[in-house]
Design a protein around this ligand. Structure first.
Ligand code: ATR
Length: 281
């Protein structure tokens, strides 16, 4: 008898622009796996989110990625969660099984593998600078600590939010006005804010220089090359863009739910870039 197709998806609001369905569809096609990965818009509160998860579990979904604004709800809903998800305080993956839902956080492992894929010589002995103190910042901070970074500075427009993260994860804070100097002295810089994204203000690092061999990462992927990443490229430094992070965070979900190979390679990147170009037209 023909087996039922595997079902998975991404939950969020707004979710219509998510590239995750395309990523999973390409991997499923490559591996000749019969499955569907769909965007599911849920804007409700925790109760609405929980009811939707119960329904997906009943229908037989293998699992879902969870994005804004539900990453904390995903952890709350789960019956069991990884150490990483607990540490970050949020989950972007829920895997459904007969005995409940398991939460994990592949934003952390995704950032780790994206950085490793970009930099051959990954030495995090020099200070790391995290710009921004929102949800993405938390996962990235945990990833940097997993990669061995000991000296992490965080800076954010709203200083109290940086102070909360600094307290929680053992980081040092820097005034937002000092970001240009901090970028110039860091061995790794990561922008976790929406600054530099199309339609948003720039990060304003005019005239800043990057240290030799510093790694620069930006969660933004529209545009693909943000002014911060251009600074890195002009100086000959390794850069990690938001698309690289997105592909790497998607891989654990695909492997868990569809059971196939999930390579974040150039051909996948090309397909995503061409989709972004199509949307821009
Ligand atoms: P995410 O989960 O993607 O990190 P978020 O939690 O809304 O999203 O966080 C957005 C980040 O971008 C925050 O660090 C935010 O700074 P504030 O905490 O001061 O709001 C930052 N950000 C957004 N717009 C900004 C702007 N115009 N100037 C400076 N920082 C900005």
């Amino acid at each position: 008898m023909r087996q039922k197709p595997i079902l998975a998806g991404v939950i969020g609001s707004p979710v219509v622009h998510s590239l995750s369905p395309l990523i999973h569809t390409i991997w499923a096609h490559r591996a000749q796996i019969d499955g569907y990965y769909m965007p599911i818009e849920i804007s409700a509160s925790y109760d609405g989110f929980a009811r939707a998860m119960d329904a997906l579990k009943t229908i037989g979904f293998a699992g879902v990625n969870v994005t804004l604004p539900h990453k904390e709800n995903a952890l709350r809903y789960s019956d069991e969660a990884s150490e990483l998800a607990h540490k970050v305080g949020a989950a972007n993956m829920l895997t459904f099984a007969d005995n409940g839902a398991y939460a994990d956080n592949s934003d952390v492992s995704g950032f780790e593998s994206a950085v490793k894929s970009a930099a051959r010589d990954l030495s995090l002995k020099r200070p790391c600078l995290v710009l921004g103190a929102g949800g993405a910042s938390r996962a990235i901070t945990v990833a940097l600590q997993n990669l061995g970074a000991k000296n992490i500075f965080i800076t954010n427009r709203t200083e109290e939010k940086a102070a909360v993260l600094a307290e929680r994860f053992g980081l040092k804070t820097l005034a937002w006005e000092k970001r240009k100097d901090a970028v110039e002295s860091a061995g790794l810089v990561v922008n976790t804010t929406s600054l530099g994204m199309n339609g948003q203000p720039p990060l304003e690092l005019d005239g800043a220089k990057i240290k030799p061999n510093a790694i620069v990462a930006d969660i933004v992927y529209t545009p693909l090359e943000t002014p911060l990443l251009k600074l890195a490229r002009d100086a000959g430094n390794a850069g990690v863009n938001g698309l690289t992070m997105l592909m790497h965070q998607a891989a654990p979900g695909f492997r868990a739910w569809f059971g196939g190979e999930a390579e974040a390679d150039d051909s996948l990147r090309a397909a995503l870039v061409s989709e972004l170009e199509r949307r821009r037209r």
